[in-house]
Design a protein around this ligand. Structure first.
Ligand SMILES: [Zn+2]
Ligand SMILES: [Zn+2]
Length: 339
């Protein structure tokens, strides 16, 4: 089968590799749609601690069951399916404490390689995080399950409503998904970024106001009558922006730190602001099987229009060009159609 392999930073090659054979409990999925993601881009640009090189790339997918291993009861060959690329072990100290997104093994047992004709899904994922794709959504929309689950994980516990003003910092694919989900919950959403093209996309997707990063402070103060945003979602992974967040949030408000910074980064906060104004700073990582189910329902019920985040379709061979475009900030998400 053909598969895109990330050889080293900046170099993706389409190679011919053996088509995997599913063992007991596993499924081989013929990939019908796979999406590019900020994590793939980070790996392409500078390497990534959790994406081995050289190695297969891509983790957002939807497809059709091509072959099944012994003992798989819930799926049949030919079923359209959508899934994520990880699942918890259900046995470690964190899984037992009800924190399966922090499972000690969730990253070491994940699968990569959706930028290929087929992807092998291991048993623990088949059992917990794979679903039959409903007919009313396309494979391209179904492939949003993983990034949406990440966003659900940070936003779902907050109980956003129509009284809330939400500020999203960073209008990349993840920031825009935050915008769509917060809007679906009825919140008024403001978006800040440094690139005009991205701000135009945010506006098109329903942001009430958009601001250039440097002007955000004043604009948010005016918009909220000096109170500040109820919730701030940091989606840039830039330490300077992490630090700015406390300047935008209201007293008693919550900041969700979604964008991961480079390893070893440290940030500084004004303790008075955090303490006397009761600011909650919340780190978020990955998702739980419950978040995946919530994301599945949101997609199946067409609660959010993820299709608007797709820039263009492409083939496996186009990937080097697509990543070059993404690294220049062109486009949001590309959908790879491997067959
Ligand atoms: Zn992703
Ligand atoms: Zn675990």
């Amino acid at each position: 089968m053909r598969a895109a392999i990330l050889k080293e930073p900046g170099s993706i090659e389409v190679c011919s590799i053996p088509r995997p054979v599913p063992a007991e409990g596993e499924l081989l999925i013929k990939v019908m749609a796979a999406l590019t993601c900020g994590t793939d881009l980070k790996a392409f640009l500078r390497g990534h601690a959790l994406i081995p090189m050289p190695g297969p790339l891509g983790h957002e997918y939807a497809g059709v069951v091509a072959e099944k291993g012994k003992g798989v009861k819930r799926f049949r060959v030919g079923d359209p399916v959508m899934g994520v690329h990880s699942a918890p072990c259900r046995d470690c100290a964190f899984c037992r404490r009800g924190l399966p997104n922090l499972c000690e093994h969730i990253m070491s047992t994940k699968v990569l390689g959706s930028f290929a004709e087929y992807i092998l899904i291991p048993r623990h994922i088949v059992e917990q995080n794979l679903f039959r794709k409903p007919e009313n959504i396309g494979f391209d929309e179904a492939a949003f399950l993983e990034p949406l689950a990440c966003v659900v994980h940070g936003m779902e516990p907050l109980k956003l409503g129509s009284k809330d003003v939400v500020l999203v910092l960073g209008a990349g694919p993840i920031g825009l998904l935050h915008l769509l989900l917060a809007k679906a919950k009825g919140a008024r959403v403001l978006v800040a970024d440094i690139e005009d093209g991205r701000l135009r996309a945010a506006k098109r997707l329903g942001a009430e106001r958009v601001f250039t990063g440097t002007k955000a402070n004043e604009a948010i103060r005016t918009f909220t009558k000096n109170i500040g945003a109820d919730y701030v979602f940091e989606c840039t992974g830039q330490p300077g922006v992490w630090e700015e967040t406390t300047g935008y949030v209201r007293r008693g408000g919550t900041i969700v730190l979604f964008g991961g910074c480079r390893k070893g980064t440290t940030v500084t906060y004004d303790t008075e602001r955090l303490h006397y104004d009761e600011i909650t700073l919340k780190g978020v990582f990955h998702f739980t099987p419950r978040d995946v189910k919530t994301a599945f329902r949101l997609l199946a019920d067409r609660k959010i229009e993820v299709k608007k985040l797709i820039t263009a379709p492409c083939s496996l061979r186009d990937l080097p060009r697509v990543f070059a475009r993404l690294s220049r900030g062109e486009g949001i998400k590309y959908v790879v159609l491997p067959s």
